[in-house]
Design a protein around this ligand. Structure first.
Ligand code: ZN
Length: 68
């Protein structure tokens, strides 16, 4: 299933970032997806094909997902 992403969407990934955060905000769309860690603010650029299997949950707003 293709993941539908929009700018500003919040993603929960399966693997936590080294900082411990699992929530990311979509900051750039394209063949590579730019995401920003909601906890430490670091940016990452990941090919869509590699990001999709990592996404556990996606929501249009940060308020919809909670760090756990
Ligand atoms: Zn982080």
């Amino acid at each position: 299933m293709a993941l539908k992403l929009k700018m500003g969407d919040t993603l929960r990934l399966k693997k936590p970032h080294p900082c411990g955060g699992r929530l990311w905000t979509v900051a750039r769309l394209g063949a590579d997806i730019g995401i920003q860690c909601a906890k430490c603010g670091r940016h990452a650029l990941i090919p869509r094909s590699r990001l999709e299997p990592q996404v556990k949950e996606a929501a249009p707003q940060a308020a919809a997902l909670h760090e756990s």
